[in-house]
Ligand binder design. Structure first.
Ligand SMILES: Cc1cc2nc3c(=O)[nH]c(=O)nc-3n(C[C@H](O)[C@H](O)[C@H](O)COP(=O)(O)OP(=O)(O)OC[C@H]3O[C@@H](n4cnc5c(N)ncnc54)[C@H](O)[C@@H]3O)c2cc1C
Length: 463
């Protein structure tokens, strides 16, 4: 007899959502967390970064006050207060997670878990060891910053995202290594506050997973804001001194030395696979992440793995969605579908914002689709002009034969809110006709989503 139906290890957005849903499906559920409810997302990721980005947005608008007929003098900021606000926002949400777990009758155990055998989990708590048994175990232990040899963080001159969220100084000259969403968000944040910022990316363009046209648009916009972008470049060495760092950057076969006072390393993540008992259990790990099938099954009966611990995209909503799916599998529901990676939206909260779902134009062509592409610029939209946000575009990619919406790619103000419209469209397997017949409210930024579809079929009205 097991103590529980489900033991969840890790209370990030994967684990706590899985636990709540499992409990709602009638399963007796316990969740084990070693550090903080809410995981990276609520404590060190999605939420605190967005709280800080919001400060940037307000600051940026205050600088533009005169454009709106307003005046604002003696503008400045107190970085400690910006950080305090982000901690407060995160704190409000983590205590909310505790409340939700309790309300749903999920038992919470604070401690470090190790799987000792099938369905047997040992937990080291402040009060000593405890053994918990469960019919099913969900591994949701998340990930941490990946560190490259020689470029490791030291909490002073070289930071990971954790240090960048609790800065020991306001960087004057900043080097960001890596131009994925995390690197670009920090580059955009510190650049807007006045740090002279350089981004180094090994691939041929920044935000390499995005549509090439959006990447190029973003680069132009960031450069206009004073950021320096070095693509096809690699940081080979960091010479650390008390007062700064010399970065050796390889570019076109030559080494360029860049002097900065702070470096942020944002070169990806590595799953928290260690000390979990995975080897003895027979759970496979590949390049730092647990291997699963499309249903998050590890191949060991009764053991599932979700979220950042497994293959990407490494996003909170993907982790939560997998959590829901696994809870339903364990509850024996027979209508469970795997999460489709191509339907998971991705957002970058830089200035301007970037958001996308589905195939890029190049991916659609490579997959053999004959395509129709539509585009609409922010300059053609009344609400964008009224907001003073004319920089951006919406791009849609359709299969020319079937009219299936293959992908949508956006850059500009609030596109991280808009993208969900296309995500729903894709989920409902919408075609260009459905979208053309949809009524969009006026005046809104969403009208650009309509116009982009119309443009794909040479019917754009406002541009
Ligand atoms: C700076 C930054 C910004 C981000 N912004 C976004 C964003 O805007 N949107 C987005 O979708 N994603 C964002 N992410 C990614 C997002 O945070 C992750 O995808 C998400 O947190 C993954 O959820 P998870 O539940 O798999 O793991 P985590 O959130 O990492 O949670 C895992 C939990 O397991 C616990 N744990 C680990 N080992 C054990 C053990 N042995 N015993 C008990 N507990 C254990 C950990 O303490 C942790 O609380 C961001 C990440 C970073 C770093």
């Amino acid at each position: 007899m097991s103590d529980y139906d489900v033991v969840v290890i890790g209370a990030g957005p994967g684990g706590y959502v899985a636990a709540i849903w499992a409990a709602q499906l009638g399963l007796k559920t316990v969740i084990v967390e070693r550090e903080h409810l809410g995981g990276i997302c609520l404590n060190w990721g999605c939420i605190p970064t967005k709280a800080m980005v919001r400060c940037d947005e307000v600051f940026h608008l205050m600088h533009r006050a005169s454009e709106f007929g307003l005046s604002a003098d003696n503008l400045g900021f107190d970085l400690d207060k910006v950080v305090d606000r982000s901690k407060k926002v995160a704190g409000q949400l983590t205590s909310g997670v505790g409340h939700l777990l309790k309300k749903n009758k999920v038992e919470t155990v604070m401690g470090t878990a190790t799987v000792k055998g099938k369905g047997v989990v040992s937990v080291e708590t402040e009060k000593g060891s405890r053994e918990i048994t469960g019919k099913a175990v969900i591994l949701a232990t998340g990930a941490r910053a990946r560190e490259l040899p020689g470029l490791e963080a030291d909490a002073d001159r070289v930071w990971t995202y954790k240090h960048a969220l609790r800065p020991v100084r306001m960087p004057k000259k900043l080097l960001v290594i890596g131009s994925g969403a995390i690197g670009i968000e920090f580059a955009s944040f510190y650049n807007a506050l006045g740090a002279e910022t350089t981004v180094v990316e090994v691939m041929d363009r920044i935000l390499p997973v995005e549509d090439a046209e959006v990447s190029a648009f973003a680069q132009k916009s960031f450069e206009k804001q004073g950021m320096k972008i070095l693509a096809k470049s690699m940081v080979k060495q960091l010479d650390r001194r008390k007062d700064g760092v010399t970065a050796h950057v390889e570019r076109d076969g030559k080494i360029e030395k860049i002097e900065v006072d702070t470096v942020i390393s944002a070169v990806g993540i590595k799953g928290n696979t260690e000390n979990l008992g995975l080897e003895d259990l027979g759970v496979k790990v590949d390049r730092g992440h647990v291997v699963t099938d499309a249903y998050c099954r590890t191949g060991v009966e009764g053991v599932y793995a979700i979220g950042d611990l497994v293959a990407g995209p490494w996003l909170a909503h993907k982790a939560s969605h997998e959590g829901v799916m696994v809870a339903e599998l364990i509850a024996g529901r027979n209508d469970v579908h795997p999460v489709k990676p191509e339907s998971i939206p991705g957002c970058t909260y830089s200035h301007p914002q970037v958001a996308s779902v589905g195939l890029t134009e190049a991916q659609a062509r490579d997959a053999g689709h004959k395509i129709k592409v539509g585009k609409f610029p922010f300059q053609g939209n009344g609400k964008a002009i009224a907001l003073g946000e004319q920089e951006g575009m919406v791009k849609t990619v359709f299969d020319a034969g079937t009219g299936e919406l293959l992908g949508a790619h956006m850059i500009g103000a609030e596109v991280t809110e808009l993208i969900q419209g296309y995500v729903v469209g894709r989920q409902l397997e919408t075609t260009e006709e459905d979208l053309m017949h949809t009524v969009f409210p006026h005046p809104t930024l969403s009208e650009m989503m309509h116009e982009s579809v119309l443009d794909a079929y040479d019917r754009a009205i406002h541009f």
